[in-house]
Design a protein around this ligand. Sequence first.
Ligand code: FEO
Length: 396
Amino acid sequence: MRKKVVDGVSWIGKIDWEIRTAHGKEYSTHKGTSYNAYLIEDEKTALVDTVWEPYADEFVANLQLEIDLDKIDYIICNHAEPDHSGALPALMKLIPDTPIYCTKQATMSLPGHYHQDWNFRPVSAGDTLSLGKNTLTFQPIPMVHWPDSMMTHLSGKNILFSNDAFGQHYAHELLFNDLADQCTLYEEAIKYFANILTPFSPIIKNRIVDFLATALPVELIATSHGILWRKNPEQIIEQYLQWCDAYQEDQITIIYDSMYNSTKVIAETIARGILQHSPATQVKLFHAAKADKNDILTEVFRSKAVLMGSPTFNKGPLSSLSALLEEFRGLKFMGKKASAFTSYGWSGEAAKEMLAQLVDAGFTTTDEGFRVHWRMDTEERAKALQFGVDFASATF
Ligand code: FEO
């Protein structure tokens, strides 16, 4: 069923209320998601993107209820990832000669996925395609977040079809940001940026600057996931520029795992020390093996500094911490401070190991971490408290 975006532009995607992980099991989608595709009906008709493969047949059947497929003059493929291009094979079986406008990189990645030699029309920045009254202008945005990514602007309606950029994994039947829960929208938007786009932050900043330099007017941003930005669409562009720029809030996040609560008590004692020095700072604690990985990474993205705590186990940290440290390395957080702590019985390497990995991931460290032999006694509790005070003092 189509939903009206504006006169002449319809949403024709799939709202996926059921999905709980995306990218395989890599990204938690607590609020579901949507795969947004759009039909633009002018003197010519253009389809912008499709949906994820499991919904391909449903998508094509719905599209056939809305329009004679032979009336689709152009397909715009802003991104080759299968959550947006996944219905192309089913669709192209029915309209095999329809031209597909996409980046040069997508003319390689689409055949890489589907092994079909469709009628590709590669486009470059600023290329246009007239639909009659209104015109599409193409703006490739390589590495936001794939080499083949692109945005497409529709004149007259002043809609920016931004694909993954500015999206969120948030299922919502009413489509528009002014009709969505604002807290959920913000939480899902920042989680999306933190977990997917952070490694490309400097590139994203340049791509946004490039797009703003085109001076193309934007009254609505039509994303490929989640909510469309209809009310004050500039807000998400401005927010992205902040998130791209070594973003941090007044927050310290403590992430720990614990076998017999010794490391947990260190974490809570250090937290008290931080708050003693800096009472207004948001201090958040997460058990690495119990909290959602992507939620933790979002909190790290928000933080000025991070503390990692683990019992020493097989001469290193527990696997829950190691997995997060590997995520840190890939996500390339910028401008954040870090330290580590461990409770140990005989060797105690976990803090040193984690510090080395934090430095390798781009965090700055100013101490050698904190170690406790077995469980803390009164004297060591005072030292842990002081460690928190000193860590906060070095952070702020
Ligand atoms: Fe939503 Fe990069 O695919």
